[in-house]
Design a protein around this ligand. Structure first.
Ligand SMILES: Cc1cc2nc3c(=O)[nH]c(=O)nc-3n(C[C@H](O)[C@H](O)[C@H](O)COP(=O)(O)OP(=O)(O)OC[C@H]3O[C@@H](n4cnc5c(N)ncnc54)[C@H](O)[C@@H]3O)c2cc1C
Length: 390
């Protein structure tokens, strides 16, 4: 039985008439690249000159794509989602600086999200980007097998200590941790460290999940090798499956430094490997857990079909669907209504500091083919449905 993601009554059940009008306005703007360019330029300029536009951003973009300025401020969104059985993954989306003080602050904040998750059953996972805890340039150097100075070695040890502290807290409170995937030129370091954590903490079930980006042409093999390594160590394998968010950066860097492009030749290859990867995990679910991070309707339907094919419960705790807050509610709310496990990444942080995240969402909604026009089409359909009282 297939799921119908065009059911706008379910998608927008939590939205009032005015919410829908505001959404229509936001996605109409996002649907026009010229307005987006103009709007983001004005916002950047206004923020630089401290013009009073915080309220406007907060009531529009921030409210659509973010949970709040701090953990407590996210409670309203968490409860709204919970009403419809959609869970929350609190994502501290502030891009800190490359210094020890900032890494320590991110560690403290991450520990706070874990403790908060422990008190709220609507939070099934915590999440972290490991470059919040240690330096990207140092990781890049390590991936290139360059010799480290004593100071750099100490820095790297401090990074690992922070990561271990996060994982120990996850384990102590029996929570689960998603480790985001980042750029390929330091991802090996993230993978290696994540596997250390998996082997140490995934002894009874998957608490620590690594992320696999199938826009990389080597990812399917890398994921299978990771699986073999974890299974051989008698631990459980946790996999967050995504297509990948850094195509542009990957292509620019590989061209400018003249090494082979790590990205697939086209999207069909990405889709093919993504599907293969998901199938592989579902075939080995006795040893794995999966979090499917996608806004792609076909991929979400495919996982539903695999769950049915292998006879798993819809709410099997090893299987989760995840989307970003403010995007693809038609997928999230429909799947949760059908009884599947669904969670939203809910980004939070002080408004000024979260602006880079917001600009990326705006860019993604403008550039990912059909994303905002699809959202807009659904919003207009729901407005029409309510008018006709269907
Ligand atoms: C809950 C969640 C967590 C996420 N976590 C991460 C993370 O940790 N790390 C990360 O990198 N991303 C992450 N993402 C983002 C994700 O990788 C995608 O960028 C985003 O979700 C769009 O892909 P899609 O599957 O939703 O949709 P689709 O629209 O089906 O796919 C778009 C994606 O396809 C790929 N693609 C597009 N054109 C081409 C091309 N010409 N050649 C090859 N590939 C192409 C790109 O990856 C692009 O982002 C996450 C997304 C979600 C929803």
């Amino acid at each position: 039985m297939s799921v119908n993601f065009n059911d706008t009554k379910i998608t927008f059940q939590s939205k009032s008439h005015w919410d829908l009008q505001l959404l229509k306005f936001i996605f109409s703007v996002l649907n026009r690249p010229f307005f987006v360019f103009l709007g983001t330029s004005i916002i950047k300029w206004a923020l630089q000159f401290r013009l009073p536009i915080k309220g406007l951003i907060k009531a529009t973009l921030f409210d659509q794509f973010c949970g709040g300025e701090n953990i407590q401020g996210c409670k309203k969104k968490i409860n709204q989602l919970k009403k419809f059985n959609v869970k929350t993954i609190l994502d501290y989306s502030v891009e800190g600086q490359e210094n020890e003080q900032s890494f320590d602050q991110t560690l403290e904040e991450t520990l706070r999200t874990i403790q908060f998750a422990n008190q709220h059953d609507a939070i099934p996972f915590c999440v972290i980007k490991l470059t919040g805890l240690g330096s990207k340039s140092l990781m890049t150097k390590i991936q290139l097998c360059k010799e480290l100075s004593l100071d750099e070695q100490n820095q790297f040890n401090r990074f690992k200590d922070r990561g271990l502290e996060v994982a120990a807290e996850i384990s102590k409170l029996n929570q689960r941790l998603l480790i985001d995937a980042e750029e390929s030129w330091y991802q090996n370091v993230i993978d290696t460290f994540t596997y250390e954590l998996m082997i140490k903490y995934n002894t009874e079930r998957a608490l620590v999940y690594n992320t696999y980006q199938f826009y990389r042409h080597d990812m399917l093999d890398r994921m299978k090798a990771g699986f073999e390594n974890i299974i051989a160590s008698k631990a459980y394998f946790g996999a967050k499956m995504v297509r990948g968010a850094y195509t542009e950066q990957e292509r620019i860097r590989s061209q400018s430094l003249r090494y082979p492009d790590p990205i697939q030749p086209n999207k069909d290859y990405t889709d093919r490997d993504f599907n293969e990867g998901v199938k592989f995990i579902m075939e080995h679910l006795n040893y794995c857990s999966i979090c499917l991070g996608t806004h792609n309707e076909a991929s979400s339907k495919d996982l539903v079909i695999l769950i049915q094919k292998y006879g798993y419960e819809k709410n099997d705790p090893r299987i989760f669907f995840a989307q970003l807050l403010g995007m693809s509610d038609n997928i999230s709310f429909k799947l949760s209504e059908e009884g599947y496990n669904v969670a939203k990444y809910v980004p939070y942080g002080p408004l000024e500091q979260i602006m880079p995240y917001l600009f990326r969402r705006v860019e993604e909604n403008t550039s990912v083919q059909g994303q905002s026009s699809r959202e807009l089409m659904l919003i207009e359909k729901e407005i029409e449905r309510r008018k006709l009282k269907l």
